[in-house]
Design a protein around this ligand. Structure first.
Ligand code: PXP
Length: 266
């Protein structure tokens, strides 16, 4: 599939898919590559995983090309972009190297994230407010070649205002603190974090009604419902817990189960 076809498919998908006002599911398949890289072999294939997720109802596929290439490799990005029928969300740091790669791959979305070499996963949101000039220019360069840009931020007013001022097409609210509280069964903290995320959604809607609002990080079948029910959330990006479920039930069933948990079918 050509890049132009990809964008056309994604545009038509975007208008129809979310018409039920239920959040879409973007599946992050980085950990399929983590398993492959652990042995330095050619399996399991992130491409095959992406296609299976789509077949099972994923609305998009997220991959993070990290500077240290610890899981997804450059060839994965190109192979997956070539064959996806939904949308690729390419997570990356706002570096010159990644700008060049994104310009060649032309994913539907780029999500800019902070990156630290020593971290196990993306730890906090991007500090947009301290780098507005750099990010404004960076985002404009991506948008100039037809890529929509999302910024992964903590649910804070300061970061939301900065994302709007940089011209981002979307924000992705970091749900990590909520997810950690849920794993610790800390109900008070969960409720505080839910309030913070709900308030952030309202703030973002008030600041720019055309900016899409996504959320993700640490979401599981047990804690996703409360986030999925927040009015105004467009898409949830979920990886680790879904891939973990897949070990027991298979990838397609894991996608179906996550969508059910999001949409309260079971
Ligand atoms: N969104 C962003 C921006 C991320 O960096 C990650 C982790 O790669 C996720 C969502 C998915 O988080 P998890 O793997 O914990 O579901």
């Amino acid at each position: 599939m050509t890049n132009t076809t990809l964008v056309q498919t994604a545009n038509s998908a975007e208008t129809s898919e979310n018409s039920l006002k239920k959040p879409l599911l973007g599946v992050n398949i980085d950990h399929v590559a983590t398993l492959r890289q652990a042995r330095g072999v050619s399996y399991p294939s992130p491409l095959a995983a992406a296609l299976l997720c789509e077949k099972a109802g994923a609305d998009g596929i997220t991959i993070h090309l990290r500077e240290d290439r610890r899981h997804i490799q450059d060839a994965d990005v190109y192979d997956i972009a070539e064959q996806l029928t939904t949308r690729m969300n390419l997570e990356m740091a706002a570096t010159t190297e990644m700008l060049e790669i994104a310009g060649k791959v032309k994913p539907f979305w780029v999500c800019l994230v902070p990156e630290k070499r020593a971290e196990l996963t993306t730890e906090g949101g991007l500090d947009v407010s301290s780098q507005i000039p750099w990010l404004t220019d960076y985002i404009a360069k991506l948008q100039a070649v037809g890529i929509k840009v999302s910024l992964f931020i903590d649910p804070e007013d300061k970061q939301i205002a900065a994302a709007v001022s940089c011209g981002a097409d979307a924000i992705e609210l970091h749900t990590g603190a909520y997810a950690e509280a849920s794993l610790a069964s800390d109900v008070d903290k969960m409720n505080d974090e839910l309030t913070r995320i709900r308030q952030a959604v309202r703030t973002a809607q008030d600041a720019n009604s055309s900016m899409l609002i996504n959320a993700g990080h640490g979401l599981t079948r047990d804690n996703v419902k409360e986030i999925a029910q927040i009015d105004g959330i467009y898409e949830l990006n979920i990886g680790h817990a879904l891939i973990a479920d897949a070990i027991f039930v298979g990838l397609e069933q894991a996608v179906v189960m996550m969508k059910s948990a999001m949409h309260q079918i079971v």
